[in-house]
Design a protein around this ligand. Sequence first.
Ligand code: ZN
Ligand code: ZN
Length: 219
Amino acid sequence: MGVGAVNRVAVWTGDNRVEIEERTVPRPGPGEVLLKIKAAGICGTDMHMLSGAHPHAKSPLVPGHEFAGDIVEIGRGVDKRLSGMRVGSDSYIGCGKCVYCLSGKVQLCDKGTRELGIDLDGGWAEYIVVPERNVYFLPDDVEYHEAGAGCILNCPMAAVEMVGIKPGDTVLIIGDGPSSLIMLQLAGLKGAAGVIVAGHREKRLAIARQLGADLVVNT
Ligand SMILES: [Zn+2]
Ligand SMILES: [Zn+2]
């Protein structure tokens, strides 16, 4: 990456406005990597933010807390084998040293976590620098756009783990939104013998059927 190369970013400038700006491609510092972003998601949180409804995000800001891309440059101390890797990135940036960071709960960092795309410029950009510890490798069969929509997996995964679905269980999912449709698929992967989805939008319930719901109930 040549010094001074251009990084086009989408900047939220307030009041539901997003403008394209040209900035210099950032350079990775020690322990950091530069990603060329291949896909970035638009989350419900982003829509709240653009309208000014987010409790602490402030414009001007580059949104984007879910994204994936290629590592195109590495900073000092980073394993050279990471160059060129396809990766997704965690959006939370913690101190990397406290008990929460070390146990993977970066959002609870003792020093106060900051989130890319919410508190710091995020992934609606061509390039972004992130800590090496934030990236995770993408298997060949996971597309960039799939990894770039990872945020929406969080809640359904937590719910499925918390409920403790076991093979053979029958599962009722109340709601037919995107999270419910993901939960339906996760319940199947956990071995649920029957999954029922209750909702009130016929279109979504039809998708639930396609995704393997054994029964849908229009409430
Ligand atoms: Zn999100
Ligand atoms: Zn920490």
